[in-house]
Ligand binder design. Structure first.
Ligand code: FAD
Ligand code: AMP
Length: 479
């Protein structure tokens, strides 16, 4: 280990590890400090995403979906099984193995690219210099030409429901239950609340979701949000809107949750309670008082469009800076900063960040909604296509949902695509690519899609913008 680097990255989540790998690929002498300890108590790379976020949640979502299908749908397909049951211990072991494989993969990538991994805590000093406090050993000061801050985020906590790690947990605790709670409360009908509510609901919990807002998924297309809510309710999630949690009491092995809605105060009793009310940037202990980096009014590390902080040669990326708290957004910022340090002109297109909710069906979108465009006074055309008219979706017995393509009324440029449906997380990439290339709905319509495939729904919705969809009756006049 040298104590002089070209780049020191603090944080090895998707934003930090991607920045570090790309810096090293570009010939910069790079170290990456991370303080996380994994389940085994050993240092782990990959941050929230790999250890307690995207990956373990998807491992549980995928298994619980297979389980629910086997239990509820196989019979209708003509597949006979005995009684289908779940062994949560094995489910959790497998999740741990997936996480270990991927975090080990980052370690291997660091080695292969020559990134020095430093296990411990980093703190930005003036200079820029970084104080590195290893888990075991004395702190030392690292000199570096540039520093990239990627400290990520942590769960928001709320006063009415203090976490106790057993009955009241955050998303991390909800990924580690050792049995299926008979009854489960989820505070927050956001992305994380709905995904974790789905996991445990599929495994057999009676789930009640309490959401303070009146509007379900306010960031989504209104029709898609409405349909998604109906489908999730049909799966058994009891979603109560306008329900603000105001108190809780753990007693006799269960939790009493008190909430208020416009009819007054109510309470529910649940075996476990997940607090899924969002995440906040994690900057505790990160900045020496005179380091020159400022926070914005919401506590995020303040950066410009190119992720430069107010301190010379110090950059910040990922969940700790403005923009959606998504792994891929952080990764792209990491690449941008690394490539700019190497003299390239890379930028992040913040208008083309896809979002996904991995419920079933999945919800995915990119770009703007009709409501946003209307309030901006913009003129647009809309094409939709239901999966109920997709041969592939029907064959797969997975035909709930729709694709909506929104295009500028004058130029036909695609402004937004919104999908509720099977594999929406994969389908949305087609829209992102089209938008990244400034594509029009006609461009997508003139592109050939394999038949039968779910992607044809994207094709047909794009054709529908001009009233040309072939496999459904167009409401617009053909020309
Ligand atoms: P993080 O992944 O939080 O990593 C930051 C790292 O920095 C951590 O390891 C932390 O310990 C370390 N660190 C912080 N401060 C210091 C310091 N001073 N010294 C040393 N180390 C430090 N996003 C998606 O895009 N798709 C999903 O499906 C998805 N699912 C999610 C599911 C759940 C349950 C949760 C909680 C999140 C999910 N997210 C998802 C969000 C995603 O995990 C984050 O957007 C992503 O991890 C942010 O990456 P990051 O690198 O900015 O920070
Ligand atoms: P997200 O930020 O997408 O993870 O969503 C978190 C959700 O939690 C938001 O929709 C908030 O409205 C909701 N929320 C926050 N505090 C409370 C509360 N006390 N009771 C119920 N819902 C809450």
């Amino acid at each position: 280990m040298t104590d002089k680097y070209d780049v020191v990255v603090i944080g090895a989540g998707p934003a930090g590890y991607t920045a570090a790998i790309r810096c090293a690929q570009l010939g910069l002498n790079t170290a990456c400090i991370d303080k996380s300890l994994g389940e085994s108590g050993d240092p782990t790379l990959g941050g929230t995403c790999l250890n307690w976020g995207c990956i373990p949640s998807k491992a549980l979502l995928d298994v619980s979906h297979k389980f629910a299908e086997a239990r509820d749908s196989f019979k209708g397909f003509g597949i006979k099984t005995g009684k289908v049951s779940v062994d949560i211990k094995t489910v959790m072991q497998r999740k741990t193995e997936v996480v270990a494989k991927l975090t080990g993969g980052i370690s291997a990538l660091f080695k292969a690219n020559g990134v020095i991994a430093l296990a411990g805590t980093g703190r930005l000093l003036t200079g820029p210099r970084v104080e590195y406090a290893p888990h075991d050993g004395a702190a030392q000061v690292l000199e570096s030409t540039h520093v990239i801050l990627a400290p990520g985020s942590v769960s928001t906590q709320i006063e009415p429901t203090p976490l106790d790690g057993e009955f009241i947990v955050d998303s991390t605790g909800a990924l580690e239950f050792d049995s299926v709670p008979a009854t489960l409360g989820v505070i927050g009908a956001g992305v994380i609340g709905l995904e974790l509510g789905s996991v445990w609901g599929r495994f057999g919990s009676d789930v009640v979701v309490l959401e303070a807002l009146d509007d379900f998924l306010p960031m989504c297309d209104r029709r898609i949000a409405r349909d998604a809510k109906k489908l999730l309710e049909a799966q058994g999630l009891d979603i109560r809107m306008g329900a603000r949690v105001v108190g809780s009491k753990v007693e006799n092995g269960s939790v009493e949750v008190r909430y208020q809605d416009n009819e007054g105060e109510h309470s529910v009793h649940v075996d476990k309670l997940i607090v899924g009310v969002g995440r906040i940037p994690y900057t505790e202990g990160l900045l020496a008082p005179d380091c020159g980096v400022n926070l914005d009014e919401r506590g995020f590390l303040y950066v410009n469009d190119l992720c430069a902080t107010d301190a010379p040669h110090v950059y910040a990326v990922g969940d700790a800076v403005r923009g959606p708290m998504l792994a891929h957004k952080g990764m792209d910022e990491g690449v941008m900063v690394a490539e700019r340090l190497a003299g390239q002109k890379t930028m992040v297109n913040y208008d083309c960040v896809p979002s996904v909710i991995y419920t079933h069906p999945e919800v995915a979108w990119v770009g703007r909604t009709e409501a946003e465009l209307k309030s901006d006074g913009e003129k647009f055309n809309v094409g939709t296509f239901p999966f109920a008219a997709s041969g592939r979706a029907l064959a797969a017995h997975d035909s709930d949902g729709m694709v909506k393509v929104i295009a500028d009324a004058e130029t036909d440029r695609i402004l937004g695509v919104h999908i509720l449906g099977p594999q929406a997380s994969e389908l949305i990439a087609q829209a992102v690519i089209a938008m990244e290339f400034n594509g029009s709905a006609e461009d997508l319509g003139l592109t050939m899609f394999a038949h039968p495939s779910l992607s044809e729904a994207v094709h047909e919705a794009a054709l529908g913008v001009a009233g040309h969809a072939v496999h459904m009756v167009n409401r617009k006049k053909r020309n």
